[in-house]
Design a protein around this ligand. Structure first.
Ligand code: HEM
Length: 115
């Protein structure tokens, strides 16, 4: 199961890269399909994150699960997902939503590493 867990960690990191590339795409090319890229990345984060927690909680790998940290990460990731969805459906929506998405993504990276 270790190999499956590690493969999911790789997908989790690629999902983060997806969100970040969507953010960068919007900054350098506002007309690009950046919201779709962010939406796919945010979706990947929730799916792979929940799968990682499921495997670790089931005791199939040797990793400890901090439920408070995971709950906070899940709430932040859901907010990122909703914001990406709004930006996708309403490309004309203000910069505030976009910068909130970028900030919340950074917050989840900081939580993942420093908590
Ligand atoms: C925007 C959303 C998210 C971002 C940017 C993000 C980012 C990251 C990063 C950078 C790591 C690697 C940290 C390290 O190895 O030190 C990580 C690990 C992890 N994340 Fe997330 N994450 C997100 C959402 C989630 C969600 C929703 C969950 C679960 C519900 C989750 C569960 C985990 C778990 C269990 C690990 C540990 C993997 C390991 O064993 O190394 N993440 N996350």
């Amino acid at each position: 199961m270790e190999i499956v867990y590690n493969a999911l960690v790789v997908l989790h990191l690629l999902g983060m890269a997806g969100i970040v590339s969507g953010v960068v795409a919007r900054l350098v090319a506002p007309e690009s399909p950046s919201a779709k890229i962010m939406l796919w990345g945010a979706g990947a984060q929730v799916v792979t994150g929940v799968a990682l927690v499921g495997i670790a909680s089931a005791g199939l790998v040797d990793n400890e699960v901090d439920n408070t940290k995971i709950a906070v990460k899940l709430v932040v990731a859901m907010a990122v997902l909703v914001l990406a969805h709004v930006l996708w459906r309403r490309p004309e929506s203000g910069r505030g939503l976009f910068y909130s998405l970028a900030g919340l993504t950074l917050a989840n990276v900081l939580i993942a590493v420093f908590w």
